[in-house]
Design a protein around this ligand. Sequence first.
Ligand SMILES: [Zn+2]
Length: 374
Amino acid sequence: MGLSNAEIKKINRNNIFRYLLRSEVVSRNGIAHKLELTAPTVTSTLNELQEMGLVKEEGAMDSNGGRKSMGYSCNRDAKYAVGVNISKDYVDLAIVNLAMTPVCTKHKKIQIKGEEASYQWLQKFISDAITETRIAKKRILGICYALPAIIDESGRKIYGLHEEMDLPRNFYEIVKAWFSYPAVLRREAVCAGSAVANAMDIEAPVIYLNISPSVGGAVIKREGQVKLGLNCRKGEFGHITLVPHGKQCFCGRKGCVNAYCSTDNLTVFTGGDLSAFFEGIKEGRPEYVSAWEEYLDYLALTIHNLMTSFDERLILGGNLAKYLKPYMETIRERVAGYDHYLRDVSYLSYGALEFDTASIGAAGYFIDEYIKNI
Ligand SMILES: [Zn+2]
């Protein structure tokens, strides 16, 4: 069965909007040429998008002789979304526009617990940030909360929470009552992975390994979508057994990737400060260097296991990512060392954003949903 007229119109609207979102100013002909659409289709779709307030005219564009044509751009600030990343000892918040550019970011070292004082603090933290941006209520699509937790597809039920976090299973009902905006919960690594893949403009599918005090991951499909899996834990790479009967993991089992690749293994020397650890490496402090050498071996083995399972592009992210540049060749060599069949490790990259990726990615949930339905 073919597509209905309305469906075709929606696909065109979506494609044109996404193209404008990635471009600066483009002409009608430019869009028609790039997306292989007819001029009348582009004209009518642009009219629709203008009526929706999503596209604006930018005046005549320069052309090589002949008639000047009107330039169009996307109204990136038509809508915004809020992302709140609640980690075991800090909270990050990002408000982003349709292009996923943050217009407000906040970081606070604090432990959010399942008690009234914490709830009041968090609600005010979010409310103050929104007020500060002066964005009209109707432009805010929703608030997404990223948690180190296994969360169901609906984004309402917490199946499992990081052992060091103290939040109730009905956390969704609590946050939902705070604001009139839609709310949703998402796993932290899923949010972070979507944000990094989007920012790097890497074509999905992509495997994302999130390396922070806890290790997680995500399997990202087209357009930043993720697959959560039958038990909503696809990409929970942190709890793959790396060393049988090995070091204790917070999950209760032994030898998990998390126990060996958590950045806690590095920051144990510096009271939790990752940048101080890498300063120590540069200074050649022997105990730092030997911990880093051991760490790199476990990381390479983890990457090898993931590449063998998925055979897709892999991005290293999380708090560790911004320190990885000088070490990527070493990591690639060690990964190749585990694999005698595959020598091409160029599929392995790293990605970090200026601000906390999980909160930006959390906000991206509502941006994605909105754009899909334009
Ligand atoms: Zn574990």
